[in-house]
Design a protein around this ligand. Structure first.
Ligand SMILES: C[S@@+](CC[C@H](N)C(=O)[O-])C[C@H]1O[C@@H](n2cnc3c(N)ncnc32)[C@H](O)[C@@H]1O
Length: 272
């Protein structure tokens, strides 16, 4: 399934500009965290980014450090390239490898893998396979920085549109970034742990979403974003992750209320 409902590189890039601050793109504190760990790793170490996340690519571009980008869609990685500092599909320090993360393999093991919401792209029953593939990519004691969305609290899911509207009007929901996430939360599919912009648009309906204009034109902003996030309960994710990795640290970005459900895990490969 295509990640975006348009295929022109430049169009994908211009749509993606609209998502700044919203859950799909990393916030500044997450980026500082990525930067700190990428810096602390010696420059000659080998690194992989899962996907084409422009903000992470910028960290590598600034230091001219080689990095391999692994994604099943070349179109997405090239489109994201227009949003990097290099402003081109692939910068000279970047190498693209077109692969599915569920079957990914590289000739040589790597020291660091960074994935921004990457694991959320696979279904819950595929989480163990995804983690085992990343485990296999890594050198002994290699690091996987895994940012993911986890299941929001039930009180946030079990609400009606009117409750969200009221919370926004009374200032309980403080920004349009959190408002967008709260609308996704009420459309969270409990059996599959899935949520996504298209699911939210079809469940709430364009007419009812129109009440949030002009502050948030949800449909105009997200109508071409087809990403679906599988967000399991945090404890279940940790139980699976600990089969393959030691959890060295959990970092929480702090810019928005939704960040509470977006931990960043520093995972170290366990010996097999
Ligand atoms: C990294 S994820 C989530 C968005 C992320 N927050 C970002 O900043 O890019 C988006 C990417 O996942 C890729 N993708 C989804 N499922 C995949 C899979 N099974 N294997 C490889 N790439 C996948 C899509 O092609 C898309 O480029």
């Amino acid at each position: 399934m295509d990640y975006m409902l348009t295929s022109s590189e430049k169009h994908i890039a211009s749509e993606w500009e609209k998502y700044k601050g919203y859950t799909v793109r990393p916030v500044p504190s997450t980026l500082s965290y990525y930067r700190q760990h990428i810096h602390s790793l010696a420059a000659q170490k080998s690194c992989v980014i899962l996907g084409g996340t422009p903000e992470i690519r910028d960290i590598f571009q600034a230091e001219h450090r080689p990095v391999t980008l692994i994604d099943q869609s070349e179109e997405m990685v090239r489109a994201m390239g227009w949003l990097t500092a290099a402003k081109k599909p692939l910068a000279p320090n970047e190498q693209f490898s077109k692969q599915n993360w569920l079957t990914v393999a590289l000739t040589d093991p790597v020291d660091l893998v960074v994935g921004d919401d990457a694991i959320n792209m696979v279904s819950w029953d595929e989480f163990p396979l995804f983690l085992s593939r990343i485990w296999q990519l890594l050198n002994k004691e290699g690091i996987f920085i895994c940012h993911l969305l986890v299941k929001p609290d039930d009180e946030l899911i079990d609400q009606e549109v009117e409750d969200v509207w009221h919370a926004y009007q009374t200032g309980l929901i403080k920004s349009t970034f959190d408002l967008a996430s709260c609308l996704n939360f009420i459309c969270f599919d409990k059996p599959s742990y899935r949520m996504g912009w298209q699911q939210t648009i079809s469940r709430i309906g364009k007419d009812r979403l129109a009440q949030f204009k002009p502050e948030l034109d949800f449909v105009d902003r997200f109508q071409l974003c087809n990403s679906r996030f599988c967000c399991p309960p945090q404890s279940l994710f940790e139980a699976i992750a600990e089969k393959y990795f030691t959890i060295e640290e959990i970092f929480y970005p702090h810019e928005h209320a939704y960040c509470l459900f977006e931990p960043v895990y520093l995972l170290r490969k366990k010996q097999g």
